[in-house]
Design a protein around this ligand. Structure first.
Ligand SMILES: O=C(O)CCC(=O)C(=O)O
Ligand SMILES: [Fe+2]
Length: 169
């Protein structure tokens, strides 16, 4: 957080950054026609950060920022994938960018992944951190209730990084 001019993570900051933790268990059954289906559509997580454990099957792709290039994230035994989510993009006023990603279905193997999402609390109001904008930087995002942000994300299908548009000024 030093890069965001945040000197100390006190209790209040900790709640804002990761007051809520959610763990998902994703099971992707092998698919007879992978080219006709999607594992998980293109999206960015709405978390602050996501810590993801994947098995050895593969299929997770991330989009290189501001390109149309998709990069496979090969499973590495014992390694975790760390993704930046929308909440950190908003709080950092775009200094950190959430990563767009998707999962491709697999024709011959079942796949399991376990993401741990570190979120603000539903009752937290999030926006660019005061430490980030106190030097006069123009805020790109408004202050929004995190529950509202979550509701927008879950009220529609995955479509890239569209949810973050709702938080823009
Ligand atoms: O299964 C994966 O590797 C990623 C799953 C994912 O993107 C998610 O649960 O948000
Ligand atoms: Fe995700």
């Amino acid at each position: 957080m030093g890069g965001l001019n945040v000197k100390e993570i006190d209790k209040e900051k900790e709640e804002l950054l990761m007051g809520l933790k959610r763990i998902n268990f994703n099971y992707y059954p092998k698919c007879p026609n992978p080219e006709l289906s999607i594992g998980v559509g293109r999206h960015s997580d709405i978390s602050t950060i996501t810590v993801l454990l994947q098995d050895d099957i593969g299929g997770l792709y991330v989009k290189k920022h501001e390109t149309n290039i998709w990069i496979h994230i090969p499973p590495v035994n014992g390694a975790l994938v760390i993704n930046i989510g929308d909440a950190l993009q908003i709080m950092s006023n775009d200094k950190y960018k959430s990563v767009e990603h998707c999962v491709i279905a697999n024709g011959s193997n079942n796949r399991i992944s376990v993401p741990i999402f570190l979120h603000p609390k539903a009752t937290s109001v999030i926006g660019p951190l005061k430490e980030v904008i106190e030097n006069g930087e123009k805020p790109i995002y408004k202050q929004i209730l995190y529950a509202d942000y979550t509701n927008i994300f879950f009220s529609k299908g995955h479509d890239g990084k569209d949810t973050i548009e709702f938080a823009k000024i």
